[in-house]
Design a protein around this ligand. Structure first.
Ligand code: HEM
Length: 382
């Protein structure tokens, strides 16, 4: 099996049928595979609804949390109210001082890595990077990240360690909200305490649901993207040197990495009423999947989709989703990935992969390469 097959296990079904009915924990869910169909379904929220607590992720998350994540598990107009509320926080990475902080963090991490004989990227580089960068977004001190790093690469499951992890996050959020109550702080939890939608304060469950998504959403996705970008440049040094001083070329490259990697394979929607999908009828309250990873490899939209082409343009990928729920954390993710590419080019002269253990998303209907369980590299500094 070559890299094309493991990144894009949907190719044959996308070409012949456009959908793949897959079994997820006993639930048969049609995955929508073609770019045009995924984009259309993502825009038709009245039919393909997100108003489904715990059931937007596939498999669903009733076992690992008890609150509705917001804004992702709501339809307009409720969704729009929460999204408008949160937008100023999630757009913070656009500020120059924020960018400088990310650059300094990544510079420090790369220099420290280059000073070591070798480094394990997933847990010793990508995870601390993701967690420390999140402290900037949430207006918290950087050492708050140490506890978050201890949660591992995924807040609900990390390798075989899944027991009780959702409860650890829930406890942390409840404690942080409790501490922020009346304390006069300015961080994310204080913001949630004071926030209003539609002229009223948020309920405790709404605050928890927002915080839960903020911690869960951009974690393994960012970690996979960071790890795979480092591994790719280990074997494509000339391409790194060619773009590293050009912000525009770095921005194109970042989009291409998000397309090729597609860190979030797919996400669910619940049919509001009986709906034809790929030759079958999905009944009301049953689910479909919007398969971003397949859409991002659709050969009718992307020329030679299996090739990583850093200057691909146009690049209408849906790695960050599409429609009203498009990724609110994309500004943060882009800030991290762009800065990473720039500083890998500026601060290293060579990256060598010592060993790798790939992580696959294993389902009964497909097996897809998403990232690494372990990636050991040597970085040579400049
Ligand atoms: C490369 C990294 C990332 C990828 C590939 C990614 C992917 C996605 C996708 C595909 C969606 C759409 C979900 C849907 O349609 O139901 C989404 C939504 C969302 N993401 Fe991300 N994400 C990333 C990073 C982040 C980060 C860093 C954060 C937070 C710090 C974040 C927070 C969110 C939130 C809050 C939503 C919900 C938006 C809404 O419902 O309006 N994501 N993400």
């Amino acid at each position: 099996m070559d890299d094309q097959d493991i990144s894009d296990p949907f190719r044959a079904r996308r070409q012949t049928a456009g959908t793949l009915v897959a079994d997820f924990a006993g639930e048969q869910i049609p995955m929508i595979l073609r770019h045009a169909d995924v984009r259309r379904a993502a825009s038709e929220w009245q039919t393909f609804s997100s108003d489904a607590p715990m059931r937007v992720p596939i498999p669903s998350e009733e076992a690992v949390r008890s609150v509705r994540q917001l804004p992702i598990e709501a339809d307009p107009p409720l969704h729009s109210q929460f999204r408008t509320l949160l937008k100023p926080i999630f757009l913070r990475p656009l500020a120059p001082d924020y960018q400088a902080a990310i650059d300094a963090l990544i510079g420090r991490l790369i220099d420290a890595a280059a000073a070591l004989p070798q480094i394990e990227i997933v847990r010793e580089f990508a995870l601390p990077l993701q967690s420390r960068a999140l402290t900037y977004l949430l207006g918290m001190p950087e050492d708050a990240a140490e506890e978050w790093i201890g949660w591992g690469t995924h807040v609900f499951h990390d390798g075989n360690d899944s027991a009780g992890k959702g409860a650890v996050l829930d406890r942390y959020i409840r404690d942080a909200l409790h501490a922020a109550d009346g304390a006069g702080g300015t961080d994310f939890f204080a913001f949630l305490r004071h926030a209003t939608v539609d002229g009223r304060k948020l309920t405790l469950d709404e605050m928890i649901g927002i915080a839960n998504l903020t911690f869960a959403g951009g974690r393994d996705t960012v970690i996979h993207a960071v790890s795979r970008i480092i591994a790719w440049f280990a074997t494509h040094r000339a391409e790194l040197d060619a773009i590293a001083t050009d912000p525009k070329r770095i921005a194109f490259a970042t989009e291409e990495f998000v397309r090729v990697i597609s860190p979030l394979t797919h996400i669910g929607r619940v049919c509001a009423h009986a709906t034809p999908v790929g030759g079958q009828t999905v009944q009301a309250n049953e689910r479909v999947s919007l398969c971003w990873a397949s859409a991002n490899h659709d050969e009718t939209v992307f020329d030679r989709p299996e090739t990583t082409r850093l200057d691909r343009s146009p690049n209408p990928h849906m790695g960050f989703g599409s429609g009203v729920h498009n990724c609110l954390g994309a500004t943060q993710a882009r800030a991290i990935l762009r800065s990473l590419i720039r500083h890998l080019g500026l601060r290293t002269s060579a990256i060598t992969v010592v060993s790798e253990q790939r992580q696959y998303e294993e389902q009964t209907a497909y097996r897809r390469w998403v990232g690494y369980d372990q990636l050991i590299v040597r970085m040579a500094g400049r």
